[in-house]
Design a protein around this ligand. Structure first.
Ligand code: IPD
Ligand code: CA
Ligand code: CA
Length: 265
């Protein structure tokens, strides 16, 4: 990966993160994306404009997929995948648990991932084949070998009130098998924290490409494993995800398989 892409992505993630943090204490204009639990604030759009503006200026031939602005075509075979504010519900409530995520895909494989948490001032970077770092320190996943000693995380779909397949059965099952299950409202941070070894495993039934692009590369480059819910390859355009330190991966898949059918593939 040329250092220009890495540098531009890092600068954009930092700038967006600092903007979000500086505006956190302000009052929010909240809108709803289709359901009363799916919030969006004006800061999601402002952070995304900042990021997309910088990427488009530096790499005009690349495609862009942003959570708020959607897809813009390119002709280079590369695609930037952006979550300008992961943890919008936290943000809207003034809770300082959110992050900025930028991934760069080449020929449908994520090659670069950058995540910035402005509240802990942690910058996570991964390049395929070159490892993952937090604030330039190398990252390695945890060594937990059983669910019993594992700290897991999950999230729920925004249509939790209507959807039958809403993760509550899975949440109950893991809650009595793991040391604990956390639910902190940022898929991007779960993946980054998994890469650091702070979490041992994470699953979620329905996510967006922007939730997983950068973070899944962080986990893999830190030595962990990322799959779909049955152990197959993650579909980045419609992600249903299991991520772990590798050691407890099959145990997570087995619990999901017992509830949902379809075992590890
Ligand atoms: C959401 C968060 C949440 C996860 C949802 C995501 P957003 O992203 O990552 O933890 O459970 O599935 O959509 O809307 O805050 O960018
Ligand atoms: Ca998100
Ligand atoms: Ca978002």
């Amino acid at each position: 990966m040329a250092s220009l892409e890495r540098r531009v992505a890092i600068d954009a993630a930092r700038a967006a993160g600092h903007l979000l943090k500086s505006e956190l204490p302000g009052s929010r204009r909240i809108a709803y994306k289709g359901s009363p639990t799916n919030l969006v604030t004006e800061m999601d759009a402002r952070a995304e404009e900042l990021i997309v503006g910088r990427l488009a200026a530096a790499f005009p031939d690349d495609a862009v997929l942003g959570e708020e602005c959607g897809a813009t075509a390119g002709r280079s075979g590369r695609r930037w995948i952006i979550d300008p504010l992961d943890g919008t519900t936290n943000y809207a409530h003034g809770l300082p648990t959110f992050a900025v995520s930028i991934g760069l895909e080449t020929d449908k494989r994520v090659e670069l991932g950058v995540v910035f948490d402005p509240n802990l001032d942690e910058l996570f970077v991964a390049e395929r084949g070159r490892g993952a770092t937090v604030n330039d320190r190398p990252l390695t996943v945890s060594t937990a070998a059983t669910l019993d000693e594992s700290l897991l995380a999950t999230g729920f779909p925004y249509n939790i009130r209507e959807a039958k397949d809403n993760n509550l059965t899975e949440y109950a099952a893991f809650s009595v098998r793991a040391r604990a299950v956390r639910r902190m409202g940022s898929a991007v941070l779960y993946l980054a924290w998994l890469a650091t070894g702070r979490l041992d495993g994470y699953w979620e039934l329905r996510l967006g490409p922007w939730d997983v692009a950068a973070g899944s590369l962080l986990v893999e480059e830190a030595g962990g494993r990322v799959t779909n819910l049955t152990g197959g390859a993650l579909d980045i355009d419609a992600p249903a995800l299991v991520a772990s330190n590798g050691r407890i991966h099959d145990a997570i898949l087995a619990v999901l398989g017992a509830i949902r059918g379809g075992g590890p593939t």
